[in-house]
Design a protein around this ligand. Structure first.
Ligand SMILES: [Zn+2]
Length: 485
């Protein structure tokens, strides 16, 4: 028997492992070789090229952001400091019906497609070209991407203000097929948004046909998260059953004052439906949402904070009511003048947010919009806010559950193979953090601040963030649907 001392590229010593399965924490060292986890346990006497001391720290799987609009940012802001600084090692892109591909070179991008900040030059006309660009110039995080139904509508239809006809549905279906072959993990819709408001349930089912044989995901920013949230849930589950595929309800919420408390009805309804079909959901830990500047009554009722405005960039960070008063116009008129742009809407109840977060099957997704200087603080703060504020300080759930909601559960629901749990053989996406001090510092006034208490972030074996500094590593991979790998 040859007795060779094991040697690692990287050895994390002395930490407490929370492995992403919801199992109780345990003390262990973690050895990494060739971007994979090689060993977990007492690795005393083993050697390594580089050692990180994790004494008194939690060692967990890198966080997976289930809901992002980072499609373009992973190329244009490839180091992704707003995500890496939180411990995020994987982002799911292509949400809310919006994706960076496919696009036509000559098309105008209606809101909210333009929120992705896609440059006029260098658009991707196929999904494969987008993923190839990401492979050629990797980001600091792994990317799993979906194709967006609103994007397909904008590519295929000359008039978005009606349901698609048969020819247009066939054209969109072909584009979904192309995306599936390239490795997209699913199709997203955003029937809440103008480009897809007129899409019927049948249109979505027909466009989604190529998902069925692959069991690819249907992920949706539902038609209505306000007075008709129950009908929207029913529509979502109906589409999942019609296509026989798993569905994910994005950023589950009930908005506007008259609906506060309705999560007492939506969550049991979701739980019941889960007995019969595959359903996931995610949420972000804030009572304000953020989206394109709108003028709907319900959304204008609470405080509205302008995040970005193309015609009036100087208004970013200001309250809509102050801008309206200064201009001597109504809030609605001011909102119209500020379009296109994005805003932060205070439209949820804290009790609902906590109820959704604490719901057993809820994943954590930031829904951050990586645009401008005054984004919603969720872009920089979501994950540490759940770990620090909601798990530790409020006591909503144990830290093991918090970690699971941002790792193991998400990897399972999105089919991210060999990620999301710390296990020998898995990709070495790891975050080391201080459970006593981890907290978000981004707020509505100063939204672009890195979290505290995140010691180190490792992506496919590369130390990418340590003690508040980005190493420059861009070791992220493109995650394709498993059958397409
Ligand atoms: Zn959305």
């Amino acid at each position: 028997m040859t007795d060779k001392t094991p040697h690692y590229d990287l050895l994390i010593r002395g930490g407490t492992v929370i492995d992403g399965t919801k199992a109780p924490r345990f003390d262990a060292d973690v050895g990494i070789v060739d971007g994979r986890i090689a060993a977990i346990g007492k690795l005393t006497g083993h050697t390594a090229d580089r050692t990180l001391d994790a004494t008194g720290r939690i060692v967990a799987p890198g966080f997976i952001d289930s809901h992002t609009h980072d499609d373009q940012a992973v190329l244009s802001q490839a180091q992704m400091p707003f995500k890496v600084s939180q411990g995020v090692t994987t982002v799911v892109a292509g949400n809310c019906g919006i994706s960076a591909a496919p696009l036509r070179v000559d098309m105008d991008l209606p809101m909210p497609l333009s929120l992705l900040d896609t440059p006029a030059e260098g658009r991707f006309t196929t999904f494969a070209a987008y993923l190839d660009a990401l492979r050629a110039t990797p980001s600091s995080v792994n990317v799993a991407a979906m194709v967006g139904h609103s994007t397909l509508r904008a590519v295929v239809m000359s008039d978005l203000d009606r349901p698609a006809n048969e020819v247009e549905i066939a054209a969109m279906q072909a584009l979904v097929e192309e995306a599936m072959q390239a490795g997209a993990i699913g199709l997203s819709t955003g029937t809440f948004y103008p480009p897809a408001v007129k899409a019927t349930t049948e249109e979505i089912i027909e466009v989604g046909r190529p998902l069925t044989s692959r069991k690819a995901l249907y992920v949706t920013h539902m038609r209505d998260e306000s007075d008709h949230v129950m009908e929207s849930l029913e529509e979502t589950f109906h589409i999942g059953r019609a296509l026989d595929i798993p569905v994910v309800v994005s950023h589950h919420k009930v908005q506007n004052a008259q609906n506060f408390g309705k999560t007492k009805v939506t969550l049991p309804f979701i739980k019941e439906a889960m007995q019969h079909q595959c359903i996931g959901l995610d949420c972000y830990p804030y009572t304000a949402g953020s989206t394109m500047i709108r003028t709907d009554r319900g959304m204008m009722d609470g405080r509205v904070l302008i995040a970005s405005s193309v015609p009036h960039p100087e208004c970013a960070g200001r309250d809509l009511k102050d801008i309206a008063a200064e201009w001597g116009v109504s809030g609605e008129e001011a909102a119209v003048r500020l379009q296109p742009g994005s805003a932060i809407y205070f439209m949820m109840d804290e009790d609902d947010v906590q109820r959704v977060l604490a719901f057993e099957d809820t994943m954590i997704g930031s829904d951050g919009i990586p645009l401008g200087e005054k984004p919603h603080p969720r872009l920089w703060g979501t994950f540490p806010r759940v770990l620090g504020h909601y798990s530790r300080d409020v006591g909503l759930f144990p830290l093991e559950t918090a970690v699971w909601k941002m790792t193991g559960l998400t990897a399972r629901n999105f089919g991210l193979h060999e990620r999301g749990t710390l296990k020998p053989g898995h990709h070495a996406d790891v975050v080391i953090f201080n459970a006593a001090t981890v907290r978000d510092t981004a707020n509505y006034e100063t939204p672009t601040q890195p979290a505290e208490g995140i010691d180190a972030v490792i992506v496919n074996g590369a130390v990418t963030w340590q003690h508040g500094v980005h190493s420059g590593a861009r070791n992220g991979q493109v995650i394709v649907r498993r059958e397409a790998a």
